[in-house]
Design a protein around this ligand. Sequence first.
Ligand SMILES: Cc1cc2nc3c(=O)[nH]c(=O)nc-3n(C[C@H](O)[C@H](O)[C@H](O)COP(=O)(O)OP(=O)(O)OC[C@H]3O[C@@H](n4cnc5c(N)ncnc54)[C@H](O)[C@@H]3O)c2cc1C
Length: 424
Amino acid sequence: MARDSGLPYGCGVRAAQEAIVILGSGMSGGVAARTLREEGYDGRLVLIGHEPTPPFGRPPLSKTYLRGEETLSGWLVNQDGWYDSNHVDRVTATATRIEIQGHRVELSSGRPVPYGKLLIATGGENRHLDIPGADLRGVFQLRTVADCDAIKKAAHRGARALVVGMGFIGSEVAASLTQMGLAVTGVLPGASPLESVLGPEMGELMAGIHHDAGVELMTGDEVVRFEGAKRVERATTRKGRRLTCDLAVVAVGIRPTIDVLQDTGVEVDNGVLVDAMCRTNVPGVFAAGDVANHLHPLFGRIRVEHYNNAEKQGAAAARSMLGSDAAYGYVHTFWSDQYEHKLEYVGHVRKWDRFIVRGSPKDRKIVGFYLTDGGLRAAVGLDRGGDPELDEQDELAAASRLIAKRARPDPAALADETVDLQGL
Ligand SMILES: Cc1cc2nc3c(=O)[nH]c(=O)nc-3n(C[C@H](O)[C@H](O)[C@H](O)COP(=O)(O)OP(=O)(O)OC[C@H]3O[C@@H](n4cnc5c(N)ncnc54)[C@H](O)[C@@H]3O)c2cc1C
């Protein structure tokens, strides 16, 4: 049962000293709790989070749940009743401070929660636009169920919606609102949606998909002001465009939630710095998920803001907390659904020098390979290649194995449809 009730969170001093506390009850925190129990940890286990919802996957918030096609029940990390039957104390509260010397997390009520080991799984929070009118009614953000419900309420068929930022969340929201019958305009600083992550070739394909669906894209521009009497009615852009709208969704990225770590000595730099075992510089304190800037055996230091990482790193951190010294070397994957199209991605790369295409850009069915100095670092599939997690024969699963091997495949073979990637 969710609660923020009396001390002690433990049956005695010893239990409290040995307790594992998970701060943040999102995907990572929920999976960590489950893994700890599955791996046989039977001590005190406390899961603290300030959202009223139990740990769940956020992907449907920009897709099926937003469009009213699905409830969240299939996305719960652990089913109703699991927390009680597994003696996990789910505490709905905000943690305001961590006292490292005293081994305590302090809640906003002032109540301390003692820990023996602590997992930081505080995820990320939306970046806000610091511009006039950003707090007008009708200007939304999207991270939580409450955010999504508010957008849903405002998103009437025929309404004009402005989406600010066309990264993954912005692109998915633009697609969903279009499918819901709204007229959507996207404003983005770059030349095309997702260009900064996937490159200009993929960006152009995604722009074409949005264009064909009726989304108007204002590229190379940014919103500098929202205006309206009681709620948002229009936005002005840096290029001087005036865009009328009934609602706006601001999707300009997230920042890792690290405020609670101030003055703790836990090292932060674009998130919580952890090693390959999810350990911070402070003994007994670990981190996982969107907040964790981890040292990856293949990719170096990276922070990943995707579901599969949150899930797998939550589990890895839990095992590390129980003494495992296995490095977390997951070859990262993520997906995005927009309209009837599916993007799948494996690996990780920020800068590449070659992008090799297999398939037909005209038909919008391709696998793209990102190479750096001849080494395959990442691959993306647009409506081609299934879930690399589920199908070992899949092209992206083959790419994932090549990435893990630090392979330097022949670019011509990558591009050639007749060459079986499994054989490379
Ligand atoms: C709308 C949306 C759609 C997405 N779709 C996809 C997708 O299609 N594919 C994909 O790969 N990824 C997707 N993602 C990304 C994915 O959801 C995240 O990577 C994942 O949620 C990260 O999980 P987490 O547990 O690390 O962090 P979070 O989900 O952010 O959870 C952290 C929790 O900690 C709580 N918390 C933080 N600080 C405190 C505190 N001081 N006290 C108490 N509680 C605190 C927060 O309230 C939150 O509940 C999507 C994200 C969003 C928002």
